[in-house]
Design a binder for this molecule. Structure first.
Ligand code: FES
Ligand code: FE2
Length: 393
């Protein structure tokens, strides 16, 4: 377990071009003016079964989600030592804590007496001790069993053998990853240093969680992921909301192992605009969209960043954890108004439009139609991503 960034020191309010990594800047410089964008036509397909069958779901679980470390939450949710949160999005009860030293630890949220969940809700708590609701065994937030009620009734119980079960975990660019399968040592090789550097430049590790919402969706996790890998739907599905802010053109795509970075110009973008004002908020001109392996989506907006973790629960069931990250808490009424309006907007856009699209697609897919999903040149990135996943299955 490693400690990364210091906690809550960032006071920078906007991301400028110069505050990004050289690699991010290079990608942004490749975005053409909207009128110069070219689409390479494509006709690719993927079989219906990858979105609908238990067999494919089980293969993904074995080959990806229970094979490699997966994102469980964001570092920003636990900004201070002593903070702890439970999560069960992956079907395993987890307990994630930031210990006194600032280090993050991930445990199975199960008491070593009889397995009861130690923390039952999914709110963030601040505590020095965690007490099991059943018979009140008490643990430190470092997972050590420190107290057993009526210890005298046990015949020589060895407390040191009854600490919470810890999973291998790591903070990576502000995302907390854990290895869910205890039978396999964590293989961190799918996490990319460039992605972590990018996220740090975007202020994700020391951001503030302004909003958080959990969605239980009737859709395969990849059906939910797809709209975040393509721009084809934006001017159409989002016609009534944000569609007119974005170009109908391919994104600039870079892959770092099985991680994807897309950058795109907003409507009317021209490369010269980048150099007009060095102090300008770069996200007024461009949008970053990442897929961090395997299921974490990060999208930048002008005043905040969205992080979504898409947790598969079955072939056609998923839990999405949405986080709206801001550079800090709102300190003025104006900022509060911007943040709260933004949160309402983005929940409506992602929840009411992208997730709705995923659920209505899933209905057809689950009825066997189409037999193969079809992808065009504006969706090539989905195919790139599936190729990367297929290599691991
Ligand atoms: S199950 Fe936790 S104390 Fe008994
Ligand atoms: Fe969308």
């Amino acid at each position: 377990m490693t400690v990364v960034e210091p906690i809550k020191t960032n006071t920078r309010k906007i991301t400028t071009l110069a505050s990004l990594t050289p690699n991010q800047i290079e990608a942004i410089r490749k975005i053409p003016a909207e009128k110069d964008a070219v689409v390479e036509p494509l006709l690719a397909t993927r079989p219906n079964a990858i979105f609908t069958t238990q067999n494919h779901f089980d293969r993904e679980q074995a080959g990806i989600f229970r094979r490699y470390p997966v994102p469980v939450t964001v570092s920003a949710l636990l900004p201070e030592p002593g903070m702890v949160v439970a999560d069960c999005g992956y079907g395993i009860p987890l307990l994630i804590s930031r210990t006194k030293s600032g280090e993050v630890k991930v445990f199975i949220n199960a008491c070593q007496h009889k397995g009861a969940k130690i923390v039952e809700d999914c709110e963030v708590h601040k505590a020095s001790r965690l007490t099991c609701p059943y018979h009140a065994w008490t643990y430190g937030i470092d997972g050590k069993l420190v107290g057993v009620a009526r210890n005298d009734a046990f015949d020589n119980l060895d407390k040191t053998e009854r600490n919470l079960v810890e999973l291998e975990s790591r903070e990576w660019g502000g995302i907390i990853y854990a290895q869910l399968n205890r039978d396999i040592p964590a293989d961190w090789s799918n996490l990319s240093q460039q992605i972590s550097d990018d996220f740090t430049a975007l202020g994700i590790p020391d951001a503030h969680v302004y909003g958080r919402k959990t969605f239980d969706l009737k859709a395969n996790w990849k059906v939910i992921l797809e709209p975040f890998l393509e721009g084809y739907h934006v001017q159409r599905l989002h016609a009534a909301s944000i569609g007119d802010l974005f170009q109908d053109a391919p994104n600039i795509v870079d892959m770092f192992g099985p991680n994807i970075r897309q950058v795109s110009g907003r409507i009317g973008y021209e490369p010269e605009m980048l150099d007009e004002d060095e102090a300008a908020n770069v996200h007024k001109l461009v949008t970053h969209a990442y897929t961090a392996f395997p299921n974490c989506v990060i999208i930048t907006s002008q005043y905040y960043t969205s992080v979504m973790i898409l947790k598969p629960n079955g072939p056609n069931r998923s839990t999405v954890e949405y986080f709206m990250l801001t550079p800090g808490p709102a300190t003025t009424a104006k900022a509060e108004e911007v943040f709260s309006r933004s949160l309402e907007l983005i929940i409506n856009v992602f929840g009411g439009e992208d997730f709705r699209a995923a659920e209505i697609s899933q209905e057809g897919l689950s009825a066997g139609v189409p037999e193969e999903a079809v992808y065009c040149g504006l969706e090539a990135n989905i195919v790139n991503y599936y190729e990367a996943l297929e290599k691991l299955l």
